[in-house]
Design a protein around this ligand. Structure first.
Ligand code: PHE
Length: 458
């Protein structure tokens, strides 16, 4: 049977923007600024940047090269290199399947907020009860959740080049411009300079092993590692594109955006809280409750200004979430196309319907099924999040390092990176994959499980 030619990104820019689109997501916005505010500002930023160019660099290079070498998504890539390790492909594939449905529920909340602000509803959104009232309704969140999946579906259906690459080439530059607009606005607000200093000045007294653990955990999630995404995107990368410099560019986009997100949020929260930036919260509470109040305050009582800031901000969050959701859906679609030899249309339909069915419980977990909780109070959505991010992902990343470091050997990956060009940081890559990353990943697994269970606090 004649093999169908695999789709590919047209060139380096398309690849880098799509991968950066995946990396830049909700994590950059609702967790990075919180961690920076909590763990000593500049010292956290420094630790994070050092980890990005070492640990993050090695893991991302490994995944992209694995995909390009085999020309397959996660499920086939491991099997092709070693049959006994096919199980790792299955385990990796589970991660996007768990995340995509609930990530789309959150994407639906973001869409609702963008529309709410566009319609001039800043004051209403700033009411501290607005968010809880909204998510506890049975029907409206389902509508926005379905809309979010619908948009993702259309983009993925259009394919790698005409859908994903085109969408990323449009959304990522707009995202960059909007975030600079908001950052300039917050930094120039009266009184915010002290908040900027709080964000960038290193507070060494807050440095400890926990700082490093928090930074590694955040980095690893932020770079979309251990989800099969980078393997899939790598499999669409042309052989003449340089992996090493692409990884550096993705790192710059992801870390740069995280730093700007901090600049957008930390000084604003600093002013809002009267100088208590270390009390900042994270996650949905920060994004959907605290920030709307901050925007209200920033607008100085001018209603249209509050709506404008909120609208720009939530459109930006929408693009960040959408490009990440696209990468999740594409990873699953690619797995079905590779494994079952299904067409893109058929795979997209199945994944779309599957995500709707599996995401529904996460949505209803805040309304009619709010009685259902796990492990001492986690909602259904939190439970899926815990399972994928705190348990499965560190295990997958650890096993991937062992697979590359000790089963197939780092040389076979270095060769792929060094096709047509010298692999400059090969030594760093080897040491990271064989020794440093596995140790860090075990530490992340232990600390994130304890954190999720409320035994340890990151
Ligand atoms: N890298 C994303 C972030 O920082 C995380 C993510 C990517 C989640 C892709 C899901 C899918 O938010």
């Amino acid at each position: 049977m004649e093999e169908k030619k695999r789709s590919s990104f047209t060139g380096k820019i398309g690849f880098v923007l799509a991968a950066a689109g995946s990396a830049v997501g909700l994590g950059n916005l609702w967790r990075f600024p919180y961690l920076a505010a909590k763990y000593g500002g500049g010292i956290f930023l420094l630790v994070y940047i050092i980890l990005a160019v070492t640990f993050g660099f090695a893991l991302m290079t490994a995944e992209i090269a694995l995909g390009r070498k085999t020309g397959l998504s996660a499920i086939g890539a491991f099997r092709k290199l070693n049959k006994k390790w096919a199980f790792l492909g299955v385990l990796t594939s589970l991660v996007p399947m768990i995340i995509f449905p609930y990530y789309s529920v959150i994407g639906g909340w973001v869409t609702k907020y963008a529309v709410q602000y566009a319609a001039g509803g800043a004051e209403q959104a700033a009411d501290p009860n607005f968010f809880n009232q909204y998510i506890s309704q049975p029907f409206e969140p389902i509508f926005w959740f379905m809309l979010f999946i619908g948009i993702t579906f259309v983009i993925v259906l259009l394919g790698v080049e005409k859908g994903i690459e085109k969408a990323s080439k449009f959304m990522m530059p707009v995202l960059a411009v909007l975030s600079v607009v908001i950052a300039v606005f917050t930094v120039t607000m009266p009184g915010s300079w002290e908040g900027v200093l709080y964000y960038i000045t290193p507070d060494f007294s807050k440095f400890s092993v926990t700082t490093v653990l928090a930074a590694v955990g955040q980095l690893f999630y932020s770079m979309s590692l251990a989800m099969g995404i980078m393997i899939t995107y790598g499999s669409y990368m042309k052989k003449e594109v340089h992996i090493e410099s692409s990884v550096h560019q993705i790192e710059i986009c992801d870390t740069g955006f995280a730093l700007i997100a901090g600049l957008m949020i930390v000084p604003a929260f600093y002013v809002f809280s009267g100088g208590n930036a270390s009390e900042m919260n994270a996650g949905p509470g920060l994004m959907f409750q605290t920030l709307p109040q901050v925007f209200e305050r920033m607008s100085g009582g001018i209603p249209w200004l509050g709506s404008l800031i909120g609208c720009i901000f939530f459109v930006l969050v929408f693009f960040a979430a959408m490009t990440s959701a696209i990468s999740l859906m594409e990873t699953i679609v690619s797995i079905l196309c590779d494994k079952l030899k299904w067409s893109r249309v058929k795979s997209c339909i199945l994944v779309g319907i599957g995500a709707l069915v599996l995401g529904l419980p996460s949505c209803l977990g805040f309304s009619v099924w709010s009685e259902i909780t796990f492990l001492g109070g986690m909602t259904i959505l939190d439970f899926f999040d815990f399972l994928s991010n705190s348990v499965l992902m560190p295990i997958v990343a650890f096993l991937t390092c062992i697979f590359i470091g000790y089963v197939i050997g780092t040389k076979s990956i270095s060769e792929e990176v060094g096709l047509n060009v010298k692999f400059k940081q090969e030594k760093l890559f080897t040491v990271m994959i064989k020794y440093v990353a596995p140790i860090c990943l075990v530490a992340i697994l232990v600390s994130s499980v304890l954190d999720g269970l409320g035994i340890f606090d990151i």
